[in-house]
Every structure is written in structure tokens, then in C-alpha cells.
Design a protein around this ligand. Structure first.
Ligand SMILES: [Fe+2]
Ligand SMILES: [Fe+2]
Length: 331
């Protein structure tokens, strides 16, 4: 028996049950009946519309959720999907009432970056572990600078594909630890996943300005394979070292965006209008430029730097992350 046949039988049974249920509800206060009726009707209606190609049912038709539903991440496509699962379309609007066009983030996830953050701060490496982390990052930095030189857009795009990995790996491992040990996380799971998402949004922003070439995609494929696994192992072995390495990586990210800004000011890189995704994500004025976008991204990197050095410091001082509330709410 097919899934649809089972489904139709189930809902015919539900309809029958509903009739007897409705009559038995005559003695129930009238105030409750409309709400209950809506629940059953909505589910039955939804299921019938989803039963494509079943001749015993009503003529099949896909449900066009909303003719103005154009938030397909910047593309003006129409979302036409079956409502079989009864999941309502996610609708959002901007402050001016115009439709929200992004699916990858919603209005309540947007924020104003704290550009007053100190972008020159550096964690002085004093212990052996710190020096190991620092020189690991420095040894990775020179080949990348040689490879990219002053091709800032390309550098930024590929940098973000790496930067979005540690938060997700660390967040996942803390999540597993929390459920394995039956203990709270202190908000660190969310903080690290927020960082990963923020880095991915940096990447999505640069993608609006430059498209990766085939060899860059191949490079990212290889680098991700090595880096994601290496970071996973290092986080399992020593989370404080892993966070320290990311802290230094973020310091280098801040430095590379500072160089990007210097070249923008010198006119060596064209200061193009900011992409729409950046204007919405960082709540920037509509006339913002690439320079404004790089400025807010650099502020984000400085926040990641502080978060990761802080996480490492907590553990270096013999504490667990969960003992200190995570710096949530940056967004
Ligand atoms: Fe980033
Ligand atoms: Fe970052």
C-alpha cells in the first residue's frame, strides 16, 4: 500500500472521527469549538492538497503559498511547494513593510557591528603553548600572503572558507560533551555556532562581489578536508590550544582586513557599492560601500579574536568553559 493511500485512509478516518467528535462537542462551550475546528480543517485541507495524482482524492494541486514570496536569497524566484507537511511559509518584512528577501538570515538576526572594538589588540605569547599556537599561525600566514599578495577579494573569500570551520567543529564537540556528561554548556555552544554562522555570512557577502574560479574551488576543497579534520583532532586533544590558534588566526584576519582597507583608501581597490546582503545583515545605510562592509567584517573578526583568546584563557587557568558565561548577544 502506498504512502499516499495510507495517508488518504488515515485522513478519511480522521474526517469521520471529526464528525462524531464535533457532535460530541455540542455540549462543550462554544468558545472553544471554532479553534478546534480550524485545527482539523487545516490539517485535512493540507493533506488533500498534497495528494498529487491520487484519483480518489480531490484534484491534485500544488499550493502556491504566497505570490509575493520572493525571499529565495536574493533571487526573485517564486516558492511553489506542496503543503503536505503543513509547514507554513516563513514570512518576514523589513521595517518599511517591503518583503524580506533572504532565507539564510532573518531580520531579527541582523545587527550593527561594534566598530569601536580595538583592532590592534594582541595576545602576547608567553607560555610554550601560546608560542606554539602563534608560530603555527605565522607559518601558515606567509605562504597565503605569498599566494594572494594584494588580491584582497580573493584572499578574503578563501580566508572565510577556513574561518567558518572552527566555530562549527568546537560547537559540535561541546554539544556532544554536554549531552554525554548531562551538563550545561554555559552558552558556549551557541557562541561558537554564532561565530561559524557569522563567518559564513562573511563568505556569502564576498560571493556577491566575486565568484570563485575552478582552481580556487579545488583549493578550498583540499584545504577544508585537511583543516576541518586537523582542527577536530586538536580540539579533542586540547581545546585551549585550539582556541588559542583561532585567536591568533583571527588576529591575522583583522590585520589582512586592515590592509584591505588601506588599499581601498589609496584607491588601489575599487570602492564599489556594498552588496544588498551586507546592507541588510549589518543594518548598513543604503549608500554604503565596500569600505564600510570591510570595516564591519574586521570588527566581527576582532570579536572572534577576543572570544577565542578568552575561551583559551579560561581553560589555561584551570577552569571549564561552562563556569564562565559565554559572550553571547554580540549580534
Ligand atoms: Fe570572517
Ligand atoms: Fe573571524
Amino acid at each position: 500500500m502506498s504512502q499516499r493511500t495510507i495517508s488518504s485512509m488515515v485522513f478519511r478516518q480522521m474526517q469521520s472521527n471529526f464528525s462524531s467528535f464535533s457532535s460530541s462537542m455540542n455540549n462543550v462551550s462554544k468558545n472553544y469549538r471554532p479553534a478546534i475546528t480550524h485545527i482539523f480543517e487545516a490539517r485535512y485541507y493540507s493533506s488533500n492538497l498534497g495528494s498529487k495524482g491520487n484519483k480518489e482524492d480531490e484534484p491534485a494541486q500544488a499550493v502556491k503559498f504566497d505570490s509575493n514570496f520572493e525571499n529565495v536569497d536574493g533571487q526573485n524566484g517564486k516558492a511553489v511547494v506542496s503543503s503536505y507537511w503543513g509547514v507554513p511559509p516563513s514570512r518576514a518584512t523589513k521595517e518599511d513593510g517591503s518583503p524580506w528577501r533572504w532565507n539564510c538570515f532573518r531580520p531579527w538576526e541582523t545587527y550593527k557591528a561594534d566598530t569601536s572594538i580595538d583592532v590592534t589588540k594582541h595576545h602576547k605569547a608567553t607560555t610554550f603553548m601560546d608560542k606554539f599556537a602563534y608560530w603555527t599561525v605565522q607559518s601558515l600566514k606567509f605562504p597565503t600572503y605569498l599566494f594572494f599578495q594584494r588580491r584582497h577579494m580573493c584572499h578574503a573569500m578563501l580566508l572565510e572558507t577556513v574561518a567558518a570551520v572552527p566555530g562549527m567543529v568546537g560547537g559540535m564537540l561541546l554539544h556532544l560533551k554536554s549531552i554525554r556528561r548531562f551538563e550545561h554548556s554555559g552558552g558556549w555552544i551557541k557562541a561558537l555556532l554564532e561565530e561559524a554562522e557569522n563567518e559564513r555570512m562573511h563568505l556569502m557577502t564576498f560571493l556577491e562581489l566575486s565568484q570563485p574560479k575552478w582552481y580556487q574551488r579545488a583549493l578550498v576543497f583540499a584545504v577544508q578536508g585537511v583543516f576541518a579534520n586537523a582542527y577536530f583532532v586538536s580540539y579533542v586533544v586540547s581545546p585551549k590550544l585550539a582556541h588559542r590558534i583561532v585567536g591568533y588566526l583571527e588576529e591575522e584576519a583583522v590585520n589582512s582586513y586592515t590592509e584591505f582597507l588601506i588599499d581601498l583608501e589609496k584607491g588601489l581597490v575599487e570602492n564599489r557599492p556594498a552588496p544588498a546582503i551586507a546592507i541588510d545583515y549589518w543594518q548598513l545605510p543604503s549608500e554604503s560601500t565596500l569600505k564600510d562592509v570591510v570595516t564591519v567584517i574586521r570588527a566581527d573578526e576582532a570579536h572572534h579574536r577576543d572570544l577565542n583568546h578568552f575561551a583559551s584563557d579560561i581553560q589555561c587557568e584551570g577552569h571549564e568553559l561552562k563556569e564562565y558565561p559565554a559572550p553571547l548577544g554580540y549580534h
